[in-house]
Design a protein around this ligand. Structure first.
Ligand SMILES: Cc1cc2nc3c(=O)[nH]c(=O)nc-3n(C[C@H](O)[C@H](O)[C@H](O)COP(=O)(O)OP(=O)(O)OC[C@H]3O[C@@H](n4cnc5c(N)ncnc54)[C@H](O)[C@@H]3O)c2cc1C
Length: 452
């Protein structure tokens, strides 16, 4: 196994469940300091909701070893020799190198955060948040910094979660975003709702702004983030501008990589054209079941499932990963954000004609205490009425409603079929017509109206 986090160690653990150490020797290489950790929890650790780093570690190297997995920490695989079935690994601290042979290889190298190629990008006070080491370094900076101004670069889900973390730490937060609205995984009209809500939380949102420089002071530390036409003073900068699949090693070994830079696999997560090599997690492309296209989506939920499938197959069983519908949830303070399926531009790109509806509803019965507003946008295919996508922005209780739509997408339901879904109702949980049902009814009417 190359990579000791979500995909790699899920695969190792599942293979070990199926085959004991006498039948299958498992060696895993991890170049970092931690195994099986939750990067997803970093914003909440930095923000103070999670007290300690160790709470984010699902399984330590010692625990893996006790389960019969030979996990070699601080050991980086430098080369895959496909022809001879072996990998060359180097101990990061000592520099010692050795070849290890394999019968079956699993590539779970994850993704690499994008760093702006600008002077100052590596200055003290500029932080990424990909690993627990990154989180610790950011926390160390926060406790050593007297200033209280934070600039977050990027307004995807990591950017907005880090904006919340910095607000919780008492910082004045500016988010500098290249796109026209935050959360480019939503349509701009829904992103605008996020924008307004973030401003309501006291966050300064700067859209349509490309970072052109990161300015440092005489002490060498970051002092501001510059765009084409402005400078934003910063005592600390957090980068959240996306990731790329970590596939240099695999490319060098001649393994197939797709248009988005991720490894290409079959449904059993086997690297295409290679019987004894599997890959999963952030380093692969996945099939989008709604558009029928390959995509790169870096999410822990997929990485764990890939690992489970790979481990089953490596352990001699049989499992497949059919693909994804593109479900994701996040939040910024008390604003919940969710999406599944296609945005309008995805539908157009896939050549689909569609209807869209947007409805306003509430999280609970209107008369019940703390009923909070929620906006649901739904896309349905013209004529057939097949559900294509749902986006939700609202307060508590909004985000996880998207799972209903994720199931409906997976089942290939029409919006009309969705209107009779037997969803639970009581005033503390939803209005008598759940917001998803209200949107499905309105989408059904739109499809019927334009059926001719
Ligand atoms: C701040 C943050 C918040 C997130 N929040 C969410 C969330 O809320 N929900 C969600 O679903 N996902 C979330 N994610 C994404 C999620 O963490 C990743 O999708 C997931 O960790 C991917 O798992 P992986 O095993 O594919 O890759 P990784 O977790 O990146 O693990 C790959 C491992 O391989 C090691 N490695 C790479 N190359 C080599 C080599 N040559 N030799 C040895 N070791 C190597 C790396 O050191 C790394 O530990 C978040 C990510 C971040 C950074």
């Amino acid at each position: 196994m190359i990579g000791g986090d979500a995909a790699g160690m899920s695969a190792a653990s599942q293979a070990r469940r199926l085959k004991g150490p006498d039948e299958l020797e498992i060696v895993a290489f991890e170049r970092g300091h931690f195994s099986s950790f939750s990067a997803c929890g970093i914003p909440y650790w930095v923000g103070g909701d999670v007290a300690t780093r160790d709470e984010l570690i699902a399984r330590t190297p010692q625990e893996h070893r006790a389960r019969g997995i030979d996990l070699r920490m601080r050991t980086e695989v430098m080369e895959i020799d496909v022809a001879r079935g072996r990998v060359r690994a180097r101990h990061v601290d000592s520099g010692a190198e050795a070849w290890t042979s394999y019968d079956r290889l699993v590539i779970a190298t994850g993704a690499r955060p994008i760093r702006p190629d600008l002077p100052g990008a590596d200055a003290p006070g500029v932080h990424g948040v990909q690993t627990l080491d990154d989180g610790q370094e950011l926390l160390d900076t926060l406790s050593a910094t007297r200033g209280r101004r934070a600039v977050v670069v990027g307004a995807g889900y990591i950017g907005v979660e880090m904006a919340e973390a910095m607000i919780n730490r008492g910082y004045e937060v500016t988010v500098v975003n290249r796109g026209s609205e935050p959360m480019a995984t939503l349509d701009p009209d829904m992103g605008r709702l996020v924008h307004r809500a973030m401003e309501g939380l006291g966050i300064t949102m700067v859209n349509d702004a490309e970072v052109t420089k990161i300015l440092t002071g005489e002490d060498g530390r970051v002092r501001a983030v510059g765009t084409q036409d402005a400078e934003y003073p910063a005592d600390v900068v957090v980068l959240g501008i996306g990731v790329r699949p970590e596939t240099d090693l695999a490319r060098a070994a001649g393994l197939p990589v797709g248009d988005h830079g991720g490894l290409l696999t079959d449904l059993a997560m086997r690297v295409r054209g290679h019987e004894n090599i599997w890959a999963g997690g952030d380093c692969v492309e996945v099939l989008d079941l709604v558009s029928g296209r390959e995509r790169h989506i870096a999410l822990g939920t997929h990485a764990n499932k890939h690992g489970q499938v790979i481990g089953t197959n490596v352990g001699g069983g049989y499992a497949t990963f059919p693909g994804v519908v593109g479900t994701a949830v996040s939040k910024v303070c008390n604003l919940e954000i969710a999406r599944t399926g296609l945005r309008e531009k995805d539908a157009r790109r896939a050549g689909l004609r569609y209807e869209t509806v947007t409805i306003e509803s509430t999280s609970r019965a209107g008369y019940y205490p703390n009923a909070a507003p929620m906006t649901v946008k739904m896309l349905a295919e013209r004529r057939t009425g097949r559900l294509l996508g749902v986006q939700i922005v609202g307060r508590e209780g909004a985000a996880k409603r998207v799972d209903i739509a994720a199931v409906a997408l997976t089942a290939g339901m029409t919006v009309e079929e969705m209107t009779s879904l037997d969803l639970g109702y009581a005033p503390p949980f939803s209005p008598v017509w759940d917001p998803i049902l209200v949107a499905a009814r309105k989408a059904t009417a739109a499809v019927r109206r334009n059926a001719g």
